[in-house]
Write a protein that binds this ligand. Structure first.
Ligand code: TEU
Length: 573
């Protein structure tokens, strides 16, 4: 049988560099700051770091608007710093993947400047630039950040398409020069030693020919009009296969390779280089079926994708204030389980830099009580780190980070929140209702600085975004020191995964699958069997019966009742 690829057994950890650690005191996190905290990640047991963009960028969308894919933004450091980060990860037996944002570039990228200067020339063909009447956009597509998806560029006398902010202009992937450029960027970084990429909105790269109007029943005035013409476009599969073939397959020896991590946690010799980088797709709107076609085993496209259906209960969006039900999450994973072929694999995530904290969506204020916060934080970690698939933690989850009590829109920095607030007010919504939506859904909840010490520890200067949580006990220094903390729970679970492969690549069988509050399953590989049990309700409950000789491993003695949000891991002998 083929060996299990490393990324199936790895724990990934997303670093949002702007908010991780600021080494030079300018209030913005940087690469030197990340290097200074690599031991935190290594001690936690992280196998692979995913770095949100650090490339040159005017930051209209905080780095997701790239103006040079081969250089580092000044506030983040230098190219040498990034090389040092790659080496620092590899020395600790960790890998590093970067964020590839190539559905669009910044309007400050030299390709776009050249396109504006000479729209009929080579670079004009890199984008969707359309002649016409300056009062009427070429179609009715909307931007995800409110308003039309088109901007008029007076110098070029043309419209340009941007599915996100007006400074994020969409690349025309139908042009083979664009595809070659992207493959070159990937090869450039592969050669420097990175271990793969997370691919930003990668399912949006193929747009339907002729850019037809979106159906008026799909989407609303604020967003999503036109989405059916690009969320699973006609040439998507072809483009992904081409990108894997031309960019992700390493041709020469990379500058650096990670050290082998032995089962007991110690480090061995450097590993032989992977010839292929891992491709993790960010694929909003792709359900299970299409998702399988993009990442199914042996299809030669992506290795893992994020399915965003986990983030909200059906009938809700992230702009609604509602209590997330974990029963739905269970239904989601159960459905996934029955849809996947035996060798298919998924990314398991609950938080990222684009969403409020799951701990708060589920807690809905109850998590302001430190004990509740700890219990829910451990329960969510238990599910995420023992579910079948590859876990992607987002920075702060290990500290039980929660949503922020922002006081108003002027405390926010995210273009999406700010634009949406304006748009809602412009449509006559009351200030309370508009702010209610933004406070429920703002991406800035997850982007506040990491709390390294009791009173901050992120920067010596003024942080670029306020952080309002000052609950004692939830900073990194306090969490690391406390054996009963959410951090220590994460660390213990990750160590257990490393020792017992049933918890990573083993089969999963649901126990009492239809039970309303009891979220439980058995992971098994050969004779090794683990039982994972969570009480997702806020009440003390009788523990449902499970047969076999059950020996508790994590969560204390196994009693007849389960406390609110109790999570336990046991061995079945
Ligand atoms: O996000 C894409 C995406 O579709 C959403 O999750 C996004 O947050 C938006 O709110 C849709 O309504 C990716 C990045 O993760 C995000 O940070 C970027 O802003 C976006 O692409 C554009 O590059």
């Amino acid at each position: 049988p083929e060996p299990t690829p490393w990324w199936r057994e790895a724990v990934f950890y997303q670093v949002y560099p702007r908010s991780f650690r600021d080494a030079d005191g300018d209030g913005v996190g940087d690469i030197r700051g990340i290097i200074s905290k690599l031991d935190h990640l290594h001690d936690l047991g992280v196998d692979c770091v995913w770095l949100s963009p650090v490339f040159k960028s005017p930051n209209q969308d905080m780095g997701y608007d790239v103006s040079d894919y081969r250089d580092v933004n000044e506030e983040m450091g230098t190219l040498e710093d990034l090389d040092a980060l790659i080496a620092g990860c590899h020395e600790r037996g960790m890998r590093l993947i970067l964020d590839l944002v190539v559905n669009h570039t910044s309007d400050q990228h030299e390709w776009f400047r050249k396109a504006v200067a000479d729209p009929a020339g080579r670079y004009g063909g890199y984008y969707f630039m359309v002649e016409g009447d300056p009062d009427t956009p070429p179609n009715n597509w909307t931007s995800f950040f409110s308003g039309s998806g088109w901007s008029w560029i007076p110098e070029a006398k043309r419209w340009v398409l941007h599915l996100f902010a007006d400074g994020q202009v969409d690349l025309n992937w139908d042009n083979s020069d664009v595809r070659d450029e992207v493959a070159d960027i990937v090869s450039f970084w592969m050669q420097r030693g990175i271990d793969g990429f997370r691919l930003d909105v990668i399912n949006y790269i193929s747009k339907r020919e002729g850019l037809p109007d979106g159906h008026p029943f799909i989407g609303d005035i604020l967003e999503f009009t036109g989405v059916e013409h690009y969320f699973y476009g006609p040439r998507l599969h072809e483009f992904l296969r081409g990108l894997r073939r031309d960019g992700f397959t390493r041709r020469e020896r990379p500058a650096s390779t990670p050290r082998r991590r032995l089962p007991d946690g110690t480090l061995g010799d450097p590993l032989p280089p992977d010839m292929i980088g891992v491709m993790v797709g960010e694929t909003p709107g792709i359900g299970m079926e299409l998702g399988r076609l993009l990442s199914g085993y042996g299809r030669g496209e992506m290795d893992l994708i994020f399915n965003f259906d986990v983030l909200d209960n059906p009938g809700h969006t992230r702009w609604d204030s509602y209590r997330y039900k974990l029963y739905y999450l269970k239904r989601f994973y159960r459905a996934y389980d029955s849809h996947l072929a035996p060798n298919d694999w998924i990314a398991v995530f609950l938080d990222n830099h684009d969403n409020p904290r799951m701990l708060s969506k589920f807690g809905m204020g109850r998590e302001r009580d430190p004990q509740v916060r700890t219990a829910i934080g451990k329960m969510l970690a238990t599910i995420q780190l023992t579910m079948r698939g590859t876990p992607f933690l987002f920075q702060g989850q290990e500290l039980a980070a929660i949503n922020q009590e922002f006081s108003g829109v002027d405390e926010l920095r995210d273009v999406e929140s700010i634009n949406r607030h304006d748009a809602l007010m412009g449509r006559g919504m009351t200030p309370e209702a508009a702010w209610g939506q933004i406070l429920a859904g703002s991406r800035d909840h997850s982007r506040v600085p990491m709390r390294w010490t009791r009173d901050g520890g992120f920067t010596d200067g003024t942080p670029w975004l306020v952080g309002t949580d000052d609950e004692p006990g939830f900073s990194a220094e306090e969490q690391v020191a406390d054996p009963d903390s959410v951090y220590s729970w994460h660390k213990a679970l990750i160590a257990l995964r490393r020792q017992h492969r049933s918890l990573t690549i083993g089969a999963l069988r649901w126990v009492h699958p239809h039970h309303k509050f009891y979220f439980a399953y058995i992971r098994s590989l050969g004779d090794e069997k683990f039982l994972i049990e969570c009480n997702t309700s806020s009440k003390r409950r009788k523990r449902p019966h499970v047969g076999g000789r059950i020996v508790p491993v994590m969560g204390g003695p196994r009693r007849d009742v389960m406390e609110p949000w109790e999570a336990t891991v046991s061995r079945i002998r």
